[in-house]
Design a protein around this ligand. Structure first.
Ligand code: ADP
Ligand code: MG
Length: 559
């Protein structure tokens, strides 16, 4: 501490670059401070520091992190506690640019595996962004000293030191997350693809505000779909179990259909206590499918849905830089099958109409041989019966789907009813199966180049995230803005680094693209996110395999 104080005094008022001298490790009373990287100027990305506490210093009971899910939950809790302490104790603006900012990465309403806080038996390691203060280009040494010697110890005392109040909250956080994880793992036992607990609050405060809506109508399962199970830590839980097969969510406009589907999309992740979706769990391999015109498609066999295109263009190995609504939605389904998804989530609001349905009048006007598209309506049963893939489809407009549904959930004023019997009564004939159509599941292994040249003048390919879902991967850009289950910029960056890792380790992809990416992801799951970075940082989050493959699938092959 003394050494750092002296250094800061010595460089006070000097050019900003002199901050480089403080890189290194310092012993504080209650923790070890490590200054891992020093920024070049007050406008650059903030400096990276980390704090290490040994078990005597943090006093956290081993029981709170002894299983993988408990460890993720505890680390998540501590990162949020640090974020809260930052808002309490950090003064913020202390000069030019970002001077004085302190940040830690957290996951919004979800709980993700991250590397901002890592605990193991030897230490607790906490990584922060720490914008060293400067006035223009000169060092504000006294301001920096205040940040290091006043703000930082207060953050540690509030967020990372043992005290009873905090321990109880911490335990509750860990136990709730563990219960959610268990709920998800019990879905198949329950014969369900998804579960929504009674009392859940599904609507969100706003379009970009993921907090729960105040005074929303709590979820209540219709009796016919209700199931009860026992969960660890929280005991008996009752709610709606959506069975495998084809499920429709129907109801009038603005009655809450998309809100329910969105909760299911997010149900592949655990949520923080108080979110309202703690008891919403969807199979971990459920994938949202939507239309995504203008996306790139690489060598995908979309022939199960799209036959020969104008100009005699075959579709069994389809590539384009600019897909249409229907071809993009078809590619999204085939890619999800390739990835091993067993549940597809579809909302008519974000679907291509001609991909979903084709009514008889249109069939009379445009004869079948002129229409390359086989709508999902005609293959959705086969998807379940021969491939074992369930679908949950939101539809307010097309009654044709009633004939292919196993379960129909109706929303009326945000209340949920089982409309299966009524729907079966109204349903016409089941649309004929398209026998001559090609097999749904792709049999070929795709190999795609994940190569991207380094930028001019750079040794290493740069990986950067703009906004949440725009990935700059070396010279290429991958637009993931429509990949809705990608929820965190830290996941997006991890995806970029995983693509690069995969390219280095398996450039020839002997097991195909999906196999190579799976191997890279498994390595990170086993060894931690830190293996993706050559330096110490704390902003990465673990993506799912589906979003990782989604990024590779959208990589434009031509530069
Ligand atoms: P739909 O897809 O049926 O047209 P949405 O799901 O988009 O309807 O919901 C319409 C509006 O109602 C949204 O603003 C949403 O936040 C709100 N909403 C949805 N579910 C509830 C609920 N349970 N309680 C209160 N408001 C809700
Ligand atoms: Mg809707």
């Amino acid at each position: 501490m003394k050494r750092l104080r002296e250094l800061l005094q010595r460089i006070d008022g000097r050019g900003y670059k002199a901050y480089k001298q403080i890189k290194g490790s310092y012993r504080f009373t209650d923790f070890q401070l490590s200054i891992d990287h020093v920024q070049g100027d007050p406008f650059a990305l903030p400096s990276r520091i980390s704090l290490q506490l040994n078990p005597q210093q943090h006093g956290l009971p081993t029981s709170l992190w002894q299983t993988p899910i408990r460890k993720i939950a505890l680390e998540d809790f501590l990162a949020r506690a640090v974020a809260e302490a930052i808002t309490q104790h950090v003064k913020g603006r202390r000069g030019t640019g970002r001077s004085g900012d302190v940040e830690i990465a957290t996951s919004g309403q979800q709980v993700l595996q991250r590397n901002a806080v890592l605990i193991d038996k030897s230490q607790l390691d906490v990584r922060l962004l720490f914008a060293l203060p400067g006035s223009g280009r000169s060092i504000l040494g006294e301001q920096a000293a205040e940040m290091f010697f006043s703000e930082l110890p207060q953050i540690v005392a509030d967020a990372l030191s043992w005290n009873n109040r905090c321990l109880q909250e911490m335990q509750q956080h860990v136990e709730q997350v563990e219960a959610q994880e268990t709920l998800r793992s019990r879905l198949s036992e329950l014969n369900a693809v998804a579960f929504v607990g009674n009392g859940s609050l599904l609507p969100r405060a706003g379009g970009i505000d993921d907090q729960p809506l105040k005074n929303g109508v709590p979820f209540q399962s219709p009796p016919a779909l209700e199931k009860t199970l026992q969960l660890p830590n929280i005991g008996e839980v009752t709610g709606m179990a959506i069975p495998p097969g084809v499920t429709l969510i129907v109801g009038g406009g603005y009655h809450g259909k998309s809100t329910l589907l969105q909760a299911l999309e997010r149900g592949v992740y655990n949520h923080i206590p108080g979110d309202g979706r703690e008891l919403v769990a969807t199979l971990g391999d459920a994938v949202k499918i939507r239309a995504e015109d203008h996306r790139a498609v690489n060598q995908v066999d979309i022939s199960p849905f799209i036959g020969t295109l104008p100009g005699n263009r075959p579709t069994d190995c389809f590539s384009t830089d600019n897909a249409s609504g229907s071809t993009s939605q078809a590619a999204n389904i085939i890619e999800a099958l390739e990835a091993g998804a067993t549940c597809l989530l579809i909302d008519e609001d974000t679907s291509a109409t001609n991909f979903m349905i084709r009514d008889s009048r249109m069939q009379q006007l445009v004869p079948d041989h002129q229409e390359p598209i086989t709508p999902l309506l005609h293959r959705v049963r086969e998807l379940y019966e021969t491939e074992g893939v369930s679908t949950v489809i939101v539809t307010g407009g097309s009654g044709d789907y009633l004939a292919v549904a196993d379960t129909v959930i109706m929303l009326d004023n945000y209340q949920v009813f089982d409309a299966t019997d009524k729907a079966k009564h109204l349903a016409g004939e089941t649309p004929p199966r398209v026998n001559a159509a090609p097999r749904l599941r792709p049999s070929n292994l795709r190999n795609l180049s994940l190569q991207t040249g380094p930028l001019p003048g750079q040794r290493e390919a740069k990986i950067l995230v703009r906004e949440q879902r725009l990935l700059e991967y070396g010279r290429k850009r991958i637009d993931l803005s429509k990949v809705e289950q990608l929820i965190d910029a830290g996941q997006t960056e991890a995806i970029g680094r995983l693509l690069a890792l995969c390219q280095q380790q398996q450039p020839d992809q002997p097991e195909g693209l999906a196999g190579a990416l799976k191997a890279a992801l498994q390595q990170v799951e086993a060894d931690g996110l830190d293996i993706l970075l050559p330096w110490k940082a704390g902003h990465l989050a673990l993506p799912r395999f589906y979003e990782l493959l989604a990024a590779a699938n959208r990589l434009r092959q031509k530069s």
